[in-house]
Design a protein around this ligand. Sequence first.
Ligand code: GLP
Length: 245
Amino acid sequence: MDIITTPSYEALSKEAASYVSRKIQENPHIVLGLATGSTPTGMYEQLIKDHITSGTSYRHVTTFNLDEYVGVRKENPNSYYAFMEKHLFQHIDIQHNSTFIPDGMSADPQKECNIYEQKLRKHGPIDLQILGLGANGHIGFNEPGTSFSSSTHIVELTDSTRKANSRFFKDLEDVPTHAITMGIASIMEAKEILLLVAGANKRQAYEQLLYGEISEDFPASILKKHPCVKILADQSVLDTSSIIA
Ligand code: GLP
C-alpha cells in the first residue's frame, strides 16, 4: 500500500481530486467506483472546480457507487442517489445512464444485487475505486464479519454504523436498517483503489488497518492483499505515536 499523508483535509481533498482528474485525462472512458459519506465530499468539490476551470470531461466516464440504503427513495436527501446528484453529478457533464447506484427501492432487493453484479461485469472492471473507511473498518457497507468472497449483497447495518450515520438523519430511528453494498470481492476486482481517511474518529481504524492482521473482523484489512492501493490520510488520523514519515 502506498501511503500519502497530507497536512489537512483540504490538502487531502485536493490531492485526491488531482489524482482522479489525471486518471480521467489519461483514460476518458475510465470506470470509476465512487463512495459517499463525509470523507469524499471535499474531493468532489475539487473535482467540480476542476471540471469548471480546466474542462475535465466526464462525457465518456462510467461510475459505480458502492452502496445504497434499502427502502429510501431517490428523492429522499439521505439516499446515496441524492447525495451523488448534490455533490457531483448535477455539476458535471456525465451522462446519467452511465452512473450506476444500487436501487434501494427494488421490490426484490436480492434480485437487484444480482443485476448490479451483472452490470459490474458488463461495464467493468472498475479502473479506480474510491473508498472511505468506516470507524469499525467497514468499506462500502461491508460490516465486520462479511466474507472476503462476498459479491453485491444485502446487509443489516450494525448499531455503530447506524449511529455514525444518524448525523445525516432527523433521529436514529430514521436511519435505515439495511443497505445494498458491493461485496468485498467486487471491490477487490477494481484495478486500483484510492482509500481516503480523514478525521480523528478514524484514528483507531487507521491504526488497525496499518498494523493489524488481515481478518474478516476488520473488512478494510483485505486491502493489504490488493496489488494497487493508494491511501491518502490527513494529519488528524495520525497519533503522535504513529506518524508516518
Ligand atoms: C458509510 C458509507 C461508506 C463510507 C463510510 C465512512 O456508512 N457506506 O461508503 O465510506 O461509511 O463514512 P464517512 O466518510 O462519512 O466517515
